[in-house]
Ligand binder design. Structure first.
Ligand SMILES: C[S@@+](CC[C@H](N)C(=O)[O-])C[C@H]1O[C@@H](n2cnc3c(N)ncnc32)[C@H](O)[C@@H]1O
Length: 277
């Protein structure tokens, strides 16, 4: 059923939520009528974009999701991380999957703006999918301090435990000053913990012109907003992350992860891995 709150929820989150569910990554409780309708409506434009040489959107989404999962899993299994804050989690099933898998060994806080976080908490509660360390909170990614900021949410966490912050499918929808605010906030917050890990995806502005333009037009129409390609070169992004307080930063190719097919375009969406010691 279409719900009233769908109107206040980003179409991109409804779309990606549907992609995760269609590909067996999610629980049936995460299904939305609006997401399915959006996904179905985009079958034609996706095909047209592929004919014009643009990479397949769902393949890119799945590659980035899997790569971030893999890096998070490695850090948890290595004993480096036992607390996760996912910013702009939308209808991502990652919180549910990781919280179910690691139980009380992991604290996983999913966050988003008010309408989406209410929606997420509601669906997790109704379907009885909330494990012991799993929580949902309201958080504005671009608020450096005060209520609903990452800085305030970090007070809920254990300062003696390694902590990860994730942003997936967020960065390229906002202009550079927003990204700087977010990265400064993540960098400084993670320094409050013995180890910090930041995982994200990022599109650079380095794809062949016509393809980038086609993809940009399609995505801009889809999200009803702008798409921003902030950096031309990997090194520029790494420098910005270091300036934001990270001790180390790298950009990884999704195709370098086991389980990601190196099909055309899959590496357009790079994976950010930045750490604080
Ligand atoms: C493309 S969706 C990605 C959702 C999820 N990360 C995924 O990959 O499926 C973008 C998400 O960003 C959230 N968002 C937009 N502006 C935000 C902000 N200022 N702070 C936190 N979340 C925000 C939206 O509500 C939406 O859930």
């Amino acid at each position: 059923m279409f719900r009233r709150t769908d109107a206040a929820i980003s179409p991109t989150a409804l779309y990606t939520g549907t992609v995760w569910r269609r590909n067996g990554l999610s629980h049936p409780a995460f299904a939305t009528f609006a997401g399915t309708a959006l996904w179905t409506g985009l079958v034609g434009p996706r095909r047209a974009a592929s004919l014009l040489g643009a990479p397949d959107l769902d393949t890119m989404l799945l590659a980035r999701h899997h790569s971030i999962d893999t890096l998070l899993e490695r850090a948890i299994d290595a004993g480096e991380i036992s607390q996760v804050v996912e910013i702009a989690a939308g209808l991502s099933p990652r919180g549910w999957r990781f919280a179910s898998r690691y139980g009380s060994d992991l604290t996983y806080i999913e966050t988003d703006l008010l309408a989406m976080s209410r929606r997420k908490e509601d669906l997790l509660t109704r379907a009885e999918l909330m494990g012991p360390g799993h929580r949902v909170r309201v958080l504005d990614a671009f608020k450096p301090t005060g209520p609903n900021s990452l800085d305030a949410l970090a007070n809920e966490l254990d300062p003696d435990q390694g902590t990860a912050v994730i942003t997936e499918g967020l960065i390229n929808y906002f202009p550079m000053p927003h990204v700087t605010t977010l990265w400064n906030s993540v960098g400084s917050t993670l320094h409050r913990f013995p180890r910090g890990l930041y995982l994200s995806d990022l599109h650079l502005d380095q794809s062949p012109g016509a393809v980038t333009a086609t993809a940009k037009v399609l995505i801009t129409a889809f999200v009803r907003g702008n798409v921003y390609l902030h950096f031309d070169r990997e090194q520029d992004a790494i420098d910005a992350l270091r300036k934001a307080g990270f001790d180390d930063a790298e950009l990884l190719l999704p195709s370098s992860f086991e389980g990601v097919d190196p099909v055309a375009g899959v590496d357009r969406n790079l994976i950010v891995r930045a750490t604080t010691a």
